[in-house]
Design a protein around this ligand. Structure first.
Ligand SMILES: [Zn+2]
Length: 256
């Protein structure tokens, strides 16, 4: 069974050994790092490159998701850093959004073949595994949250955040809506776990900055890894979700 794990470089040492696998796609070449976890093949995809150099709006999302598809991966869990809008989610808090508001406007978030159903953007099977993992680990996981995705790389204005808050948004990020849309178009199960690395500007006296973001990510690295290890152990090939429905219907249509 093959599982994709998208995240920062801090997740590398989940695996004893990693082998590089270069995958050519129509959108560019992607290097996946393959590791073994129990009886599973886990393909790690460093979203921002191995040096954490590519900012969120410039990530080649279409190549990344297509590479996972070409590698035969049907389930992907993405870890990302976000800012908390909901004051109940503290810095260092892990949350698992179940809805997205895509506020990005400059992203190429479609392969342009058909209109996929995005009513529920995340895979319920993967979400169940993550939720169970958190419970078994006695970890706090904020569930049923809504993530609003912005283009970045600049952070939001105070008025934007107040608007997002009035809309009931819980966290703000820059990557998950694009990945979720492309995953759905490819029929890949996708779920996200977010780590709040700041209280978004407008709600805190200290504005977000890269140094704080990196420091919080480093402090909470083991917590994220523990959740991922338990989740990987719980994942199975048995699926009850409809994540691949739009994709499968489209494939039947073009093959007949
Ligand atoms: Zn699914």
């Amino acid at each position: 069974m093959k599982i994709g794990l998208i995240g920062g470089t801090g997740l590398y040492d989940l695996f004893h050994t990693l082998t590089e696998q270069c995958i050519e796609t129509d959108y560019g070449q992607v290097t996946l790092l393959k590791g073994e976890f129990e009886d599973k093949e886990v393909y790690f995809l460093p979203r921002h490159g191995t040096e954490h150099g590519v900012l969120a709006p410039f990530v080649n999302y279409k190549a990344n998701m297509m590479a996972l598809k070409k590698a035969g991966i049907e389930q992907v869990i993405a870890v990302s850093a976000v800012g908390s809008i909901n004051p109940d989610i503290p810095i260092g808090g892990l949350s698992m959004p179940d809805q997205i508001v895509d506020f990005s406007r400059r992203r190429d978030n479609t392969y342009g073949q058909f209109s996929a159903d995005m009513t529920y953007p995340f895979c319920p099977d993967l979400q169940k595994a993550v939720s169970t993992a958190a419970t078994e680990n006695s970890q706090t996981l904020y569930e049923n949250t809504t993530l609003i995705c912005v283009d970045g790389p600049i952070y939001e204005t105070s008025s934007e955040l107040q608007l997002f808050s009035s809309w009931g948004m819980d966290v703000v990020g820059m990557t998950n809506s694009t990945e979720a849309a492309l995953a759905r178009e490819l029929g890949i199960c996708y779920s996200a776990v977010t780590l709040s690395t700041d209280l978004a500007t407008g709600f805190a006296p200290i504005p977000p900055d890269l140094g704080t973001h990196k420091r919080v990510a480093a402090i909470n690295k083991d917590k994220v890894k523990a959740l991922m290890v338990k989740t990987l152990a719980l994942l199975s090939e048995q699926k009850s979700c409809q994540c691949a429905k739009s994709y499968n219907e489209y494939m039947i249509l073009i093959n007949n």
